[in-house]
Design a protein around this ligand. Structure first.
Ligand code: E4P
Length: 225
């Protein structure tokens, strides 16, 4: 499974990318607003840090303006994935951009039928919003499972399932179990993936025993070479 980081915060992206934990980045208008930076500059800076897909979302709601915005966003860097909402104008824009060879991430997906339409429109990614469904007492992971199962039934579907609106590590594990190609994850949740108190306690015990030996691997190597 690929891990995308769901933020427009450059320092966070740099930190995660440096740790080799980032295959791509997703942003949305709320995350760009939170960063306080001009959209085009923010996306260009992120694309300079990360080789994988960087989702940048259009903000118009009509097809013509969405298409113009999408082309402008795609021109920022070759790894921009243009993000469009799952509306009828968004789907038309997805088709047009996909026909031009652009990668499109169709966002705000809440049903399997919406996901089918996105695949028909040539989406590179479909983003089912797991946490926002859970917030309503619905089954966010169930949606990811349905989409993965349906897409797998058709050889012609190349759209990747990108689990979004992830609220905790278990969402990621469950999405991976379903066969989702990727999950987009806020930095603080990405960090929770590698942290475990037993790892920390185990390491501390190993090192305490090691210190008692008075050895150093590099000193031993120097002596042996
Ligand atoms: C996806 O691309 C969105 O940016 C994101 O996952 C939305 O998550 P939220 O529901 O936590 O805002």
């Amino acid at each position: 499974m690929k891990f995308f980081v769901d933020t427009a915060d450059l320092a966070e992206i740099r930190d995660m990318a440096g740790a080799g934990m980032v295959d791509g980045v997703t942003t949305n208008p709320s995350l760009i607003a939170k960063s306080g930076r001009p959209l085009l500059e923010a996306i260009a800076d992120i694309c300079a840090l990360v080789d994988g897909p960087v989702s940048a979302e259009v903000t118009a709601t009509d097809h013509d303006t969405m298409l113009a915005e999408g082309r402008r966003l795609a021109a920022i860097a070759p790894n921009v994935a243009v993000k469009v909402p799952l509306t009828v104008d968004g789907l038309r824009t997805c088709r047009a951009l996909a026909d031009e060879g652009r990668v499109v991430n169709v966002t705000l997906c809440f049903t399997p039928q919406q996901a089918l339409l996105a695949a028909r429109a040539g989406a590179g990614f479909i983003s089912p919003f797991v946490g926002r469904l859970d917030d309503l007492g619905l089954d966010g992971i169930g949606l990811v499972r349905d989409i993965c199962e349906i897409y797998r039934a058709y050889d012609g579907i190349r759209t990747e399932v990108l689990a979004a609106s992830v609220r905790g590590p278990l969402h990621i594990v469950e999405a991976a179990r379903c066969g989702a190609h990727a999950a987009t994850v806020p930095p603080q949740i990405l960090r929770q993936l590698y942290r475990h108190p037993l790892t920390d306690a185990g390491l501390e015990a190993f090192l305490a025993d090691w210190r008692k030996t008075g050895q150093s691997i590099l000193d031993l190597a120097d002596a042996a070479d």
